[in-house]
Design a protein around this ligand. Structure first.
Ligand code: EPU
Length: 417
């Protein structure tokens, strides 16, 4: 199992190119199941979740080819299987995103129930309720969700809770349903808008994406399309945190600052200087970080996927900050590892109080999930001595060559095989 060894104490300086968004690419790849035509996706991030989805799609009968330029061609001329098996779903929950497209295209889907994960229970009950509203019969047995429908019928679906992949799954299914579907209390994330744009290029009639009400007029069939995946806002936010925590100067290229508005605003509140251009973010940090509270929320609020990185940053800020996690019930696993490095953090339910500034020291630490891994790397970048981060496979699921990008900006980081 790979590990990362990081020697702390270097200011990061230079340019970092941001990759395509994992959480946009995953539903976009699943959407290729909706048509016999070629779906070409550009700017795919070369991360393990994308390779897992490629494997899943191939098992379902989709022809997939990647070129060396980060583009993928997906051709679902025939769907040969409608089952997303347990061994794939357990490594990547986003596999449930094939449920909607398979059901809409073939009238049947069998997807393993994902089960809990390191950040919370994460049920898919809201996806299931939505499919039932569209007329699907759903049975859950032997750990699988078995969904079938002659043809889905448009309906009004009001989500009890905002769900990103739930919104995406239902939106994809509704494109081929008969009649109109209205999704209320829908997720407004940029990745949802990106998926709607792809679906519309494929001939779907989706309007309102980016607001809490999305309307989909069903059409009999979709066709192929070419689409460029949006930049990864969480990767960009993670590099902003790396620049800020090391008192560095970073210039992020190929990103979209508007998708990071709440993160940029929060970082500015802590004393970090940030300037933006349409596809660029310039950061300069002078080492005088101030504590600032944060509450995670659905978009456009501060993303839960940036909470762990922000906690690492707050260990280096003067004062106390209260970090409130509102989206997932168990997303503070990184705190105990940060504490082993010397951080002063108290957890009370969904609140973490971080007292800074603390002197961190390198240690052997274990990453519990993707963003926790990023948090530990950030802490290691400022810790005295060296840190070894174990279970780097979490990181490789969602960050493309993070150690190479950090090393190019001056970090002392190497992968131990
Ligand atoms: N929820 C339910 N029932 C459902 C669906 C969700 O109770 O049927 C709850 C969840 O348990 C959670 C909340 O609703 O408490 C929000 O979950 P959501 O469904 O929005 O999360 P997701 O769609 O499974 C996506 C991202 C996550 C990101 C969350 C929140 C993808 C592939 N994943 O997950 O990304 O944290 O939205 O923004 O888009 C990551 O990239 O590290 C990551 C975990």
């Amino acid at each position: 199992m790979d590990k990362l060894k990081i020697v702390g104490g270097t200011k990061l300086k230079g340019q970092v190119r941001i990759s395509g968004a994992k959480n946009s690419a995953l539903p976009a790849m699943a959407a290729s199941l909706l048509t016999v035509g070629d779906v070409i996706l550009e700017n795919l991030p070369m991360v393990n979740d994308i390779f897992t989805t490629r494997r899943l799609l191939r098992e379902l009968g989709v022809g997939v080819e990647f070129d060396s330029n980060r583009s993928g061609r997906f051709r679902a001329e025939k769907v040969l299987s409608v089952e997303a098996p347990y061994d794939l779903v357990k490594t990547m929950r986003a596999s449930v995103l094939v449920l909607g497209p398979l059901l809409a295209r073939t009238g049947h889907a069998r997807v393993s129930l994902p089960g809990g994960c390191a950040i919370g229970a994460r049920p898919i009950n809201l996806h299931i309720k939505g499919f039932e509203k569209l007329g699907a019969q759903i049975r859950t047995e032997h750990g699988y969700v078995d969904a079938s429908a002659e043809r889905l019928t448009g309906a009004e679906i009001s989500f009890e809770k905002i769900t990103v992949t739930g919104t995406e799954n239902l939106m994809m299914a509704a494109t081929l349903a008969s009649g109109r579907t209205v999704l209320k209390n829908a997720a407004c994330e940029p990745e949802v808008i990106d998926l709607a744009e792809l679906l519309n290029k494929m001939g779907a009639k989706v309007s309102g994406a980016g607001t809490s009400t999305i309307t989909i007029e069903g059409v009999p069939e979709l066709h192929g399309a070419t689409h460029r995946v949006i930049p990864d806002r969480i990767e960009a936010g993670t590099f902003l945190a790396a620049g800020a925590i090391t008192n560095g100067e970073l210039d992020l290229l190929d990103c979209n600052p508007t998708h990071l508005a709440s993160v940029i605003e929060k970082f500015r509140e802590t004393g970090v200087n940030i300037e933006t251009a349409p596809d660029r973010i310039m950061l300069r940090s002078n080492g005088n970080l101030r504590a600032a509270d944060v509450v995670t929320k659905e978009y456009p609020g501060f993303a839960t996927d940036m909470q762990a990185q922000y906690m690492a940053l707050m260990t280096q800020a003067t004062g106390s900050s209260v970090i409130t996690e509102n989206i997932f019930e168990n997303r503070f696993m990184h705190a105990s590892e940060l504490m082993r490095m010397g951080a002063n953090i108290q957890i009370n339910g969904s609140h973490a109080v971080v007292k800074g500034k603390t002197c961190l020291t390198g240690a052997n630490v274990i990453a519990s999930d993707l963003r926790a891994s990023a948090s530990l790397i950030l802490a290691a970048l400022v810790a005295k001595g060296f840190t070894v981060v174990d279970r780097v496979y979490h990181l490789d699921r969602g960050y493309e060559k993070i150690e190479e990008k950090l090393r190019a900006a001056g970090a002392q980081i190497e992968r131990l095989k």
